[in-house]
Design a protein around this ligand. Structure first.
Ligand SMILES: NC(=O)c1ccc[n+]([C@@H]2O[C@H](COP(=O)([O-])OP(=O)(O)OC[C@H]3O[C@@H](n4cnc5c(N)ncnc54)[C@H](OP(=O)(O)O)[C@@H]3O)[C@@H](O)[C@H]2O)c1
Length: 256
């Protein structure tokens, strides 16, 4: 079985590559930092290939997918859109360049991978597409407004695609992690509730994948809180989250 993972050079993507390889998958690792991908590829016990590539470039993603298929000996059974950027945003200090970056990497990056792998999955009546969204997409979170928006868009797209692709034998899984220790969250200065280790997160995702789950959401206490948060009236939500809107944040410092 062959999998391609975007954003495999660090954090959840790298941990997932290791976890899936441990479970016997051959892995194509895609991200911009080729040196990191090569190092991870060398560690993996199964066949693997490093594919240095920017997910915002549709042609480059298509070429990388073809290169990965050739190297690993056939089309992908699993594609994981994991590459993502998360930087603070605030409506009163809006930085269009940050919003553009998050939209391009998180959302367009997922579409680029989808476009490159889905036709072959439909033709074969087999395969699974997985998107790493976030619990941040379940409600609009002050100081993460743009990030929340990209993750909510991912969730909507994946949910509808899951139904649309079912007659073609192609599965779709949405993954909504809570807080996981990775380079993305290491810079957060606030207390992150129910913070998880990245290897534990990778195990939960791989278990969900093996069970063919529609949605993998973890950790459970955080999931219960966010599901409850979706049900409370807007006026209560506004009052509860107002202190977060006043939090001091650095904007405009995203790595491009
Ligand atoms: N950590 C959390 O608490 C958490 C919670 C919920 C959801 N998530 C989601 O999980 C995913 C992985 O995040 P992480 O926490 O593991 O963060 P991370 O360690 O910063 O990983 C982000 C990955 O995305 C890649 N990436 C960024 N821009 C890219 C681009 N233009 N083209 C290709 N690859 C690109 C990075 O690789 P290069 O820089 O080498 O390109 C890196 O491998 C993200 O979608 C994130 O939103 C994380």
């Amino acid at each position: 079985m062959r999998a391609i993972i975007t954003g495999a050079s660090s954090g959840i993507g790298a941990a997932l590559a290791r976890e899936l390889a441990r479970r016997g998958w051959d892995i194509a690792l895609l991200a911009r930092r080729g040196d990191l991908l090569e190092a991870i590829s060398k560690e993996l016990p199964t066949k693997s290939i490093a594919l240095p590539c920017d997910v915002t470039d549709a042609n480059a993603v298509r070429d990388a997918v073809r290169q990965g298929e050739t190297a690993l000996g056939g089309p992908f059974d699993l594609a994981i859109a994991n590459a993502g950027v998360g930087v603070p945003s605030h409506a009163a200090k809006f930085v269009l360049a940050d919003a553009e970056l998050m939209t391009k990497v998180n959302l367009l990056g997922m579409f680029n991978l989808f476009d490159a792998v889905i036709p072959s999955m439909i033709e074969r009546r087999a395969g699974r597409f997985m998107g790493i969204a976030s619990m941040a997409g379940l409600r609009g979170l002050p100081t993460s407004s743009v990030y929340s928006a990209t993750k909510a868009a991912m969730q909507s797209f994946l949910e509808a695609s899951r139904v649309e692709l079912r007659p073609y034998g192609v599965g779709v899984t949405t993954v909504n992690p809570g807080f996981v220790i990775t380079p993305m969250t290491e810079k957060n200065r606030f207390k992150m509730p129910f913070l998880m280790k990245v290897d534990d997160a990778a195990r939960v995702i791989a278990d969900g994948l093996e069970r063919g789950k529609r949605v993998v959401e973890f950790p459970r206490p955080m999931s219960l809180i966010m599901r409850l948060a979706r049900l409370i009236p807007d006026a209560i939500w506004d009052r509860a989250t107002m202190p977060y809107a006043r939090r001091k944040i650095d904007v405009g410092k995203a790595r491009r």
